[in-house]
Structures are given as C-alpha cells and as structure tokens.
Design a protein around this ligand. Structure first.
Ligand code: PGA
Length: 216
C-alpha cells in the first residue's frame, strides 16, 4: 500500500476549503493500492471528513494532538475530541518542534493519547537522531532543509537515512520535503519508500491527485 498524505498546515479559509473539496471530488479516482490522507486546519477537519467519508481510500487527520486527555487546557486539540473524526494525526512535525518548542517527552505523551483514542500517529522525524516513541507504526522522515524550500532530498539519500533508522519491518516509512508531481516517482522506484507527507503541493487538489497517480 502507498500513502499520499497532504498537510495543509495553517493555510486556507472556509471558501478555499470548499473549492478544494469540490475539485477533488470531481477529479479523484480511487485506486486500491493508494491511500490518501488529508490534514486540514483543525476547524475544517469535521467538515472535510463529512464531505469525503464516501470517497474510497481517503481519510482525514489532524496536524497535531494534545498531550493532555481533557480538561482545563484552553485551545488544545485533544485526542478525545478527535476520536471518531480524525483517523490519523501528525505528531512531531519539525514546525511544531521549532516554533512551538514541543519536546520529545511531550511528543511521546501525544503518541500515547492518540493511540488511546484510535488515532494513528504519523510520527515525524528530522533524521535518525530523533527518538521514535513506542507504538508508532508510521514514520515520516522530513529533512529540515527540504521542507518548503523546493529542494527535495534525492531518493538515494532518503534510502540511506531509512537504513540508519533501523525501523521494524511493519513500520510504514514515508518521505516529506518539497515533493511534487515531477519528483515523486523517483522515490517509488526505490521500492522501499511507502509514500509522502506533502505540504505545498497538497494545497492544489489537482497537483495532489497527480502525485497520487505516480504511486500506482
Ligand atoms: P513541503 O512540506 O511539501 O511544502 O516541503 C512538507 C511538510 O512540511 O510536511
């Protein structure tokens, strides 16, 4: 199975979300070997999930999850509140680590929260030095210099990083960092990269679908 995940980050207003959905529904053709995941800003998760729930092999996820279960934590997005709405959650994105100072300890707690609420963590690491918490079955390797720069990492280098990580065989390994419809097939031709976490190129539904088509 191949996984094409789109991280919209803090982009799009409600009108733009509706336009994205409209185009996506018109253009998307499911493929049994390819799963698509969409990670909208939190206010739109439930809307996008409702709109796409009948699309085969498409799921909706959150971009983060709180390390707290519930209670007096104003503004937090808890796994409790996402349970039944988001199937996956990105945890440990380098932007969360850098801008919001999330620590390895907090990230472990977030993973525990997600798992306790039936949410699959998509755990982001910057290199082999970032520890991966127990229970993670989905690792997104995202080298900092490749994120949002237009300079994707060559697939051969990505493969070397995968080897260094010594992941168990049942872990899904995806790459993120300036993936687009032109460079995507380079990764799949290695036979060892299971998909992508895509930022900028996922903001356009047509481009997102074109990338998914390289996975067939
Ligand atoms: P990018 O972002 O595709 O815009 O480089 C990737 C990411 O941050 O997940």
């Amino acid at each position: 199975m191949k996984y094409i995940l789109g991280n919209w980050k803090a982009n799009k207003n409600f009108i733009e979300v509706k336009q994205w959905i409209y185009t996506f529904q018109r253009e998307y053709r499911a493929n049994k070997n390819v799963v698509l995941g969409i990670f909208p800003p939190t206010p739109f998760i439930s809307y996008v999930q409702g709109k796409l729930k009948d699309c085969k092999n498409v799921f909706v996820g959150s971009q983060t999850v709180s390390s707290f279960e519930k209670g007096s934590y104003t503004g937090e997005v808890t796994a409790t509140s996402l349970d039944g709405v988001a199937e996956y959650s990105i945890i440990g994105h380098s932007e969360r680590r850098r801008v919001f100072a999330e620590t390895d300890e907090q990230l472990s707690e977030k993973v525990m929260q997600a798992l306790a609420h039936n949410i699959v963590p998509v755990y982001c690491v910057r290199d082999e030095k970032d520890p991966i918490p127990n229970g993670v079955k989905f690792v997104a390797y995202e080298p900092i210099i490749a994120i949002g720069t237009g300079q994707n990492e060559p697939a051969a280098q990505t493969l070397m990083m995968k080897r260094k990580m010594k992941l168990p065989h049942d872990v899904v390994f995806i790459y993120g960092g300036s993936v687009n419809e032109k460079n995507a097939s380079e990764y799949f031709s290695t036979g060892e990269i299971d998909g992508f976490l895509i930022g900028k190129a996922s903001l356009d539904p047509k481009q997102f679908i074109l990338i998914a088509e390289t996975a067939k």
